[in-house]
Ligand binder design. Structure first.
Ligand code: ADP
Length: 477
């Protein structure tokens, strides 16, 4: 079933984006239309009002110049000239009674507004009104104005042409808007589909991966947009997971191999003793070698557990004040006999008095692992030097340098992995956990161990530890 089919159209992001897009477009267009419509209709009303007030001024001047009869005649002529269906005039006395008018056959529904007369009598010069003739649904703008202290002129003008214009404007707007909304929804849908297609590609890849193919990657376009970033980050995450899985597989392969060897040896010894051994001393020999192999197995399992606990922070480190100078010196004294046995010169250079807050047992273990390796991987006649220094008054730096077999550049990045052993060191005893534990201890103290090496010339391991590590330091993997 395709992804699009599984997500119903109504719930799809593309559909909702399109809806929002079209909705916002419609709303903003309607607001713009409303404002524009209001502006035009107010401008048209102002135009009409100016025309009406122009009529009042003309009749007022006529009254002053030629008297009331001239005004009566003028009203009739003016209405006929403009069109009796367009304007009308009424001359009113102060009580609102009409005593003269233009042809009112078309305007017979229009009465005199008592409220307007009252306003004029209260001192207003002119009063405007807009009324709608119910039968014809036609709007008329009317002006009441005092022509003289006893004569009121009521002049009205049909707003029909303006209404027709506004109706046409409304019609054009609705037609255009309908078309534009359809186009906008189409464009919105297209854009939303384009935007979510990247997310769908990520989902499709994730589905294939959940089906078991971790090699799949999301295709990344070159636009550099958010979807590309998502795809790149997703691919990086997959790379990391794949690397981790390979590492875990290699680690379990190595572990299985390292566990199988001693068990095979134990079984072999037991079998040989059972089939051939008769004397008590042979059985004692078998028991002794079994104990030895079991100790080695236990050591491996305990070291693995210790690495896990140190990395995860399950076992809280103790926070003692450690005399690091003394600790390094003691370690050198301890490793002096094995170094001498191997013909390796062990030198210890600890000029500073240095203290550190940390777990004594753990720091001892870390240093022992580094020293043990240095002596183990340095042939007779070589040198191992241990030094201690301080860095910025914040960190202490322990360096273990040897002139041994060295590590190849391809192995160097992997030596801290669990069970990893370089090929050239397989002749030496070891299980490949010493450096993993040393690094886990350094990191649990808020520090780090790094290594540099030149094959056949020697290696240098540098442990940098803060003098005091925060008690709630997050253990790093
Ligand atoms: P191992 O028990 O094999 O010594 P480690 O974890 O301590 O395990 O070291 C991992 C690998 O790193 C070793 O097998 C060895 O190949 C390499 N290595 C560690 N220290 C040194 C060193 N000082 N000189 C050369 N190779 C080293």
């Amino acid at each position: 079933m395709s992804l699009r089919k599984r997500i119903s159209l109504r719930n799809s992001l593309a559909f909702r984006l399109t809806l929002w897009y079209a909705g916002i477009f419609t709303l903003s267009s309607c607001i713009a239309f409303f404002l524009f419509y209001m502006l035009i209709s107010s401008w048209m009303r102002d135009q009409t009002d100016q025309e009406l007030s122009g009529q009042v001024n003309r009749f007022s001047a006529l009254l002053d110049a030629e008297g009331v009869e001239a005004v009566k005649n003028g009203a009739v002529i003016e209405a006929q000239a403009a069109g009796v269906k367009k304007v009308f005039f009424r001359l009113l006395s102060l009580n609102g009674q009409a005593f003269s008018s233009s042809n009112m056959s078309y305007w017979k529904d229009i009465n005199v507004s008592g409220a307007a007369i009252k306003k004029l009598l209260r001192g207003r010069n002119s009063v405007y009104e807009t009324i709608t003739i119910p039968d014809r649904k036609e709007e008329v703008r009317i002006l009441y104005a005092l022509l003289s202290p006893s004569i009121i002129l009521q002049v009205g003008q049909a707003m029909e042409s303006y209404s027709r214009f506004l109706d046409a404007f409304k019609g054009i707007f609705i037609a255009t808007m309908t078309l534009l909304i359809i186009i906008a929804a189409g464009v919105g849908w297209f854009m939303a589909r384009r935007a979510v297609s990247g997310v769908e590609a990520v989902t499709r890849t994730a589905q294939k991966i959940s089906g078991g193919t971790l090699k799949e990657r999301v295709p990344v376009k070159t636009q550099g947009d958010e979807i590309d970033q998502l795809a790149t980050t997703f691919n990086q995450m997959l790379d990391r997971i794949q690397t981790l899985l390979i590492e875990i597989k290699e680690m379990s392969d190595n572990m299985a191999h390292d566990l199988r060897s001693p068990i095979t040896r134990i079984r072999g010894t037991a079998e040989v003793t059972l089939t051939t051994g008769k004397s008590l001393s042979e059985y004692e020999g078998m028991a002794a070698s079994t104990i030895e192999e079991c100790d080695r197995l236990l050591d491996m399992i305990n070291t693995m557990l210790m690495i896990s606990k140190t990395e995860s922070g399950v076992d809280k480190l103790s926070r003692e004040e450690i005399d690091l100078t003394g600790l390094v010196r003691d370690a050198c004294v301890l490793f002096q006999p094995p170094a001498e046995d191997k013909g390796v010169t062990l030198s210890c250079d600890v000029p500073v008095r240095s203290h550190l807050i940390g777990d004594t047992r753990m720091i001892q273990r870390m240093l022992s692992n580094l020293l043990d390796n240095a002596i183990k991987y340095t042939p007779s006649g070589g040198t191992v030097s241990v030094s201690l220094s301080e860095n910025d008054e914040k960190d202490v730096v322990i360096t273990v340098k040897d002139t041994g077999i060295g590590i190849s550049p391809s192995d160097l990045p992997r030596i801290f992995e669990r069970f990893y052993r370089c090929d050239q060191s397989r002749s030496q005893a070891g299980i490949g956990l010493g450096l993993s534990l040393a690094r886990a201890i350094a990191r649990a103290h808020g520090g780090e161990i790094t290594a540099t090496s030149t094959p056949n010339q020697g290696s240098t391991f540098t442990a940098t530890l803060p003098k005091s590590f925060p008690s709630d330091a997050e253990p790093s993997a």
